[in-house]
Design a protein around this ligand. Structure first.
Ligand code: HOZ
Length: 429
């Protein structure tokens, strides 16, 4: 594969951007190669600056559930663009997107738009603290809620990928208020939440973990979390930045039939433009400024282009049968992956899938939490990643991320990706 232009650009980028990238995982360090620079993408395909073509399973880390350049999304952005790009004042599209989010998520009565998932989670815990008058935040090992100080404790995504235990620059005084406990461990959850000395404001969770690779919640885990938080007056925050509008129109909360107090969104609701949101019960949301005293603001919040792309995307997702079709494709693809793994690496991999998000872990498994995810052979994943890239398949450059199925991937694309997986696994044996 020709990669000269990407190589030149990476050398140039490293001189002016730390590590040559604007988000660490995409530097591809953990998979043993340099990043390819992207020229464009369309439908299920992404093209690099050297003209190589790939079937895209990263989908911009989740947002591109409709595929790239979906005509309805492009039309909405183009139409909005003609009227200007940012006003720092309310626009009608914000109401439209808010109404679509509220209609889809029964736990959300009011929603505030921000510019990224990190802003959404950071603001949601501030609100939870302001509302409850308590201090501590409980999270789960391997869950990633963006890069705000409070969350960089046993976090997933790039933090595990790069093997960083925490981050310099995050004061001890802040992280002492974050308690990170094992995912899927109901006993530790109960013990922690029932400890009255802990002054817990909220529990924040990825209802399906997507940032230590995909890890599904045990059914009892989310149910117990909802029950004890209610009993103790602790707010339950679902970080649905990945799962929102991915697992179902109503996200993981619909999929598992659990209503959190607050929900964080991002990725899909911006249709590929930078956006985040947090929402929940009116009574809680009205503690935010300017109604209440909890402050949060943003010049680009509710940006018209992002709102337009989000509205167009959610309208497409609301079409009857959308999620059933996506599930069929994802299930078929996962069955194919499973069969290949059993043929070439029997008992050596674990496929975790929930809806259209999945991870093949290079470990016998089961993978149910951070500790078991960490048992994966990252060297083998790296070799698989490089094999797939050379064959024209674009996977996440980390063992600890999800592969996403999009509506743009045809059965033929998925069959081609399975053929290439088989080729890769043969080489791995
Ligand atoms: N933290 C993101 C994945 N969970 C990576 C974002 C990026 O590198 O673009």
């Amino acid at each position: 594969m020709k990669i000269e232009r990407s190589k030149e650009l990476f050398a140039k980028a490293r001189k002016c951007i730390p590590g040559g990238v604007n988000s660490p995982v995409r530097a591809c360090k953990s998979v043993g190669c340099d990043p390819l620079f992207v020229a464009r993408a369309n439908g299920a395909r992404i093209y690099d600056v050297d003209g190589n073509e790939f079937i895209d399973f990263v989908c911009s880390w989740g947002p591109m559930i409709l595929g790239h350049n979906h005509p309805a999304v492009v039309a909405a952005i183009t139409e909005t663009l003609a009227d200007g790009t940012s006003f720092g004042a309310p626009t009608p599209k914000e109401i439209e997107l808010a109404e679509l989010v509220i209609a889809a998520l029964p736990s959300v009565e009011k929603v505030r738009f921000v510019s990224s998932g990190t802003e959404a989670t950071m603001s949601a815990i501030r609100l939870a603290r302001g509302y409850t008058g308590r201090t501590k935040v409980v999270k789960f090992d391997g869950c990633y809620h963006g890069h705000a100080d409070s969350f960089l404790v046993k976090a997933g995504s790039g933090v595990i990928t790069l093997g960083i235990p925490g981050s310099p620059g995050v004061p001890e005084d802040i992280v002492k208020n974050t308690l990170s406990i094992p995912y899927n461990d109901v006993a530790t959850l109960e013990k922690t939440l029932r400890d009255e000395s802990l002054d817990i404001a909220c529990v924040i969770v990825e209802p399906v973990a997507g940032n230590m690779g995909v890890v599904a919640p045990h059914p009892e885990f989310l149910r117990a979390m909802r029950a004890i938080t209610t009993e103790r007056g602790i707010l339950l925050i679902f970080d649905e930045v990945i799962t929102g509008f991915r697992l179902a129109l109503g996200g993981a909360q619909q999929y598992y039939d659990i209503r959190p107090d607050l929900t964080c969104l991002g990725k899909i609701i911006g249709g590929g433009l930078p956006v985040g949101a947090y929402g929940g019960k009116k009574e809680i949301m009205d503690h935010i400024s300017p109604v209440g005293p909890v402050y949060q603001a943003g010049t680009l919040s509710g940006n018209p282009l992002a709102m337009a792309a989000g509205v167009a995307t959610l309208q497409e997702l609301a079409r009857p049968g959308f999620y059933a079709a996506l599930e069929r494709k994802a299930a078929g693809f996962a069955a194919g992956l499973q069969a290949i793994a059993e043929r070439y690496l029997p008992g050596q991999t674990t496929l975790n899938r929930v809806g259209s998000m999945m991870t093949t872990f290079f470990t016998p498994g089961p993978v149910t939490d951070f500790a078991t995810a960490m048992g994966a052979d990252t060297g083998r994943y790296g070799a698989h990643f490089r094999n797939m890239l050379a064959q024209g398949v674009w996977l996440a450059p980390s063992q600890f991320e999800a592969a996403f199925i999009s509506a743009a991937q045809s059965e033929a694309d998925l069959a081609a990706a399975l053929d290439k997986t088989e080729w890769s696994f043969k080489k791995l044996v």
